[in-house]
Design a protein around this ligand. Structure first.
Ligand SMILES: Cc1cc2nc3c(=O)[nH]c(=O)nc-3n(C[C@H](O)[C@H](O)[C@H](O)COP(=O)(O)OP(=O)(O)OC[C@H]3O[C@@H](n4cnc5c(N)ncnc54)[C@H](O)[C@@H]3O)c2cc1C
Length: 429
């Protein structure tokens, strides 16, 4: 039985571990925290996952919360001027690409316990470079899924694929309950349970998603992506959850006064740890790390493809990587997991998927390019274009070629407009 070690008990490490156990591998997973510590920690993410990600978890019988999590059925996006006035709205349905957002504390705690139950070995240890050398000597393959953990810096930054030198946004997020936040129609004017996005020129963006956490059940997330030093950048002084909640109210009311009813007086944090703040520099790294002994380790997830959360793609991208890695490991049989195999696998993933996810994410961090302007303008008028745009979040390569080329964008608009007719825009906000 081939032995595989995984460093990191998060989205990528655990999911890959389950997939490998399912295929008969001998898997040891190293986590720097116990399941109980994860459960009672501050939240680290507000990840929404689309259908193809959920499908992979369903196939591995890891979808314990599928009936509890409220589905996000579509998106409503307001593009606003600096004064908060709405210049353009796009409202689209996700259809069968709909998704769910589950508290990662809830998920990883249960998955860690389940991992041992299914025959995986779980070691609680913060892995150092020295440990990694020992582990890689004992295993046929060692995969680092340590996310933004310091150890991921053993993978060299790929300057050609990385576009950021500093954090493009300063982040803050909360999970909340209260009036006009949960239920089937929290925004009365939107005919489905929405992912609610606001893009505010010069200030940044904020996102509110239907959410589930073990501490409160159904709730909502708010994620703020502030342009550093801009009018939304008011969260980093908050010292605790109460101050963070107050900053959320202030920010929403000040920048988007029409949204005041969605930060109601009875709004509460889901629990004392249901908030986060901070920033990081999105970085694409080389996938193969060389240890002092000369042995190799292979990166997956945020450890090597770390993007800003603006497009909600990090965990989704990680699941896509897990699927690609799992298939390739099985297909490789008993052959050695050498540098050539690792680079070919990662580069293949990058060419077909990762580069598009990264380019789409980076496009949202900048003022819209001409093709994006035309696509969004058309999406605000033609329902089929709005639905298509939203559905593509499930698989970013589907945004191409239209997203990167004005002629292709116009061809898509002509095709969809001809097929759907402008008459269908009646229920577009
Ligand atoms: C505010 C915010 C919002 C987000 N929203 C979305 C979204 O809507 N959709 C989406 O798809 N993605 C989203 N993401 C991104 C998503 O959370 C990550 O991309 C995803 O969790 C990455 O999975 P991973 O396995 O690479 O890393 P992680 O899930 O971070 O797991 C890494 C694990 O490794 C452990 N570790 C670190 N160092 C060591 C060590 N030395 N030894 C042992 N263990 C170690 C850590 O404790 C951690 O448990 C968001 C992120 C943020 C910050």
């Amino acid at each position: 039985m081939r032995k595989i070690a995984i460093i990191g008990g998060g989205q990528g490490g655990l999911l890959l571990g389950f997939g490998l156990i399912d295929k008969g591998y001998d898997v040891t997973l190293y986590s720097d925290r116990t399941a109980e510590q994860v459960l009672h920690a501050r939240m680290a993410s507000t990840a929404f996952m689309f259908e193809s990600s959920l499908k992979l978890e369903r196939e591995l019988c890891l979808n314990f919360w599928e009936d509890l999590c409220p589905y996000g059925e579509g998106m409503h996006v307001d593009f606003r001027g600096p004064d908060g006035s709405v210049a353009l709205s796009v409202q689209g349905r996700l259809g069968d690409n709909r998704g769910q957002a589950l508290d990662q504390r809830t998920k990883f705690h249960r998955w860690m316990n389940e991992f041992s139950r299914r025959g995986g070995r779980l070691e609680i240890q913060s892995i150092s470079l020295t440990d990694l050398d020992r582990i890689s000597a004992e295993n046929d393959l060692t995969i680092v899924a340590a996310g933004k953990g310091a150890i991921s810096s053993l993978f060299e930054r790929d300057a050609a694929r990385s576009t950021h030198e500093t954090p493009p946004r300063v982040l803050a997020a909360v999970l909340v309950t209260g009036s006009n936040l949960t239920g089937d129609r929290p925004w009365r004017e939107i005919p489905f349970r929405p992912l609610r996005f606001n893009f505010i020129a010069g200030a940044g963006e904020y996102f509110s998603l239907p959410f589930y956490t073990h501490t409160r059940g159904e709730c909502r997330s708010y994620l703020f992506e502030a342009v550093p030093g801009g009018p939304m950048d008011i969260f980093q002084q908050a010292k605790d959850g109460a101050e963070m909640l107050e900053a959320v109210r202030t920010c929403v009311k000040r920048l988007t006064p029409d949204q005041a009813e969605h930060v109601p007086d009875d709004m509460q944090l889901a629990d004392a740890n249901a908030w986060l703040k901070g920033s990081f520099t999105p970085t694409i790294r080389k996938p193969v790390g060389t240890l002092p002994s000369g042995r190799l380790v292979f990166g997956i997830g945020d450890a090597v493809v770390l993007n800003d959360p603006i497009a909600g793609q990090g965990a989704n991208n990680t699941n896509r990587m897990v699927k690609a890695y799992l298939e390739a490991i099985v297909a490789h049989g008993d052959k050695p997991f050498d540098r050539e195999w690792m680079e070919e696998l990662f580069n293949g993933f990058w060419e077909t998927s990762g580069q598009y996810t990264t380019a789409f994410t980076n496009a949202l961090l900048k003022p819209p390019t001409p093709p994006i302007q035309e696509l969004l303008g058309a999406a605000s008028q033609v329902q089929a274009i709005a639905d298509g745009f939203c559905r593509n979040f499930n698989n970013p390569p589907d945004f191409w070629p239209a997203l990167g080329d004005l002629d292709a964008a116009r061809a898509l608009i002509a095709e969809k407009t001809g097929a759907a007719g402008h008459g269908e825009c009646a229920d577009v906000a």
